[in-house]
Design a protein around this ligand. Structure first.
Ligand code: P6P
Length: 339
């Protein structure tokens, strides 16, 4: 039992990425350095999020703190931390954040070969009620870091080198893929290290859970309506699926990845492109799902094949267990044929 409680083969995220790096002799550790700055940002946000409730309690939020600075909203603070950390890494040349209308072009003196797209604090409207929220990120390599244009970042998700999210919940869990599978790391606050706790995550081929905002049902299209109907009233005598919808993408996706099932944010009459953003929500989560053996579909095509034209563009998304997404694809294909 002793061995169980004091594991000695601690695999930290840094060691994991260094091991990965050794598989690419040509790399000079640039990605490892980039990742260490992303991890630093996640540690900071984890700490700030866990104190957010207390800050409100002792009246810091909305007033000035001891330095006389206006208490920033957490998503603004998180964005500033990630932008500064990524720029100071010296490994990025263009940044796209959910919080910034325009892309950030890094000063040539600090420019590197990576482009990072991220949502620094997705689901932040849930902070006040204690629901898990998260950071979502994706990494592209640019072709020519000295002549960087916006086109460099408008790449299909399949070109991503890495993608991941960090969920700030009962524990702080960072789920990462660098293109050869998916691994989960949990922050040990006493060490300040992310420890490998979920090696080689594979999503179950089928699942008993569907995750969608049923409040939008009135506006769904045919295939989505049919699919959700099948979840609730299965024809073949199977038992109905359970509905689990947290309303925080990182939390809903994390549960789907570990337990199986399907997460849907479909298009509807009000929002023909759905709600979720392609670059820093749909692509990273789709990348992870495929790396874990699942699928991700937009209603028209494989999500990672989509070529974005705007940095804040939205897309409908159906992602999760291979067989569940296959079913949705069949329903959209059938509609295509009758159209
Ligand atoms: P709805 C949170 O605001 C968010 O961007 C995602 O984290 C989440 O999946 C989605 O929106 C929830 O949207 O319309 O169901 O409240």
């Amino acid at each position: 039992h002793e061995a169980e409680t004091h594991r000695t083969d601690l695999m930290t995220i840094t060691r994991y990425v260094l091991n990965e790096q050794s598989r690419h002799p040509e790399s000079r550790g640039d990605f490892t350095i980039l990742l260490s700055h992303i991890v630093l940002g996640c540690k900071f946000v984890c700490s700030a999020v866990s104190k957010a409730g207390l800050a409100k309690l002792i009246g810091l939020a909305g007033e000035t703190n001891v330095q006389g600075e206006e208490q920033k909203k957490l998503d603004v603070l998180s964005n500033e931390v990630f932008v500064k950390a990524l720029i100071s890494s010296g490994r990025t040349c263009i940044l796209v954040s959910e919080e910034d209308e325009e892309a950030t072009f890094v000063d040539p003196s600090l420019r590197g070969k990576y482009c990072v797209v991220f949502d620094p604090l997705d689901g932040s409207s849930n902070i006040d009620c204690g629901v898990s929220i998260g950071t979502i990120f994706g990494v592209y390599m640019v072709k020519d870091k000295d002549n960087v244009t916006l086109d460099e970042v408008l790449q299909p998700g399949k070109n991503m080198l890495a993608a991941g999210y960090c969920m700030y919940g009962s524990s702080c869990t960072l789920v990462l893929s660098t293109g050869s599978g998916v691994n989960g790391f949990t922050l040990d606050p006493s060490l300040g290290e992310f420890i490998l706790t979920h090696p080689d995550i594979k999503i179950p081929k089928k699942g008993k859970i569907y995750s969608v905002n049923e409040g939008n049902a009135k506006n769904w299209d045919g295939p989505t309506t049919k699919y959700v109907e099948k979840c609730k009233y299965p024809k073949d005598g199977a038992s109905p699926k359970s509905l689990r919808y947290i309303g925080s993408m990182v939390a809903d996706v994390h549960r789907t990845l570990l337990y199986g099932g399907i997460f849907l944010y479909p298009a509807d009459k009000k929002s023909p492109n759905g709600k979720l953003r392609v670059l820093y929500e749909v692509f990273p989560m789709s990348f992870l799902m495929e790396q874990a053996g699942g699928q991700a579909f937009t209603g028209k095509q494989r999500a990672l094949d989509l070529v974005p034209t705007k940095i804040h563009q939205r897309s409908p998304i159906f992602l999760g267990s291979y067989d569940e997404v296959e079913e949705i694809k069949g329903l959209y294909a059938a509609e295509e044929n009758t159209a």
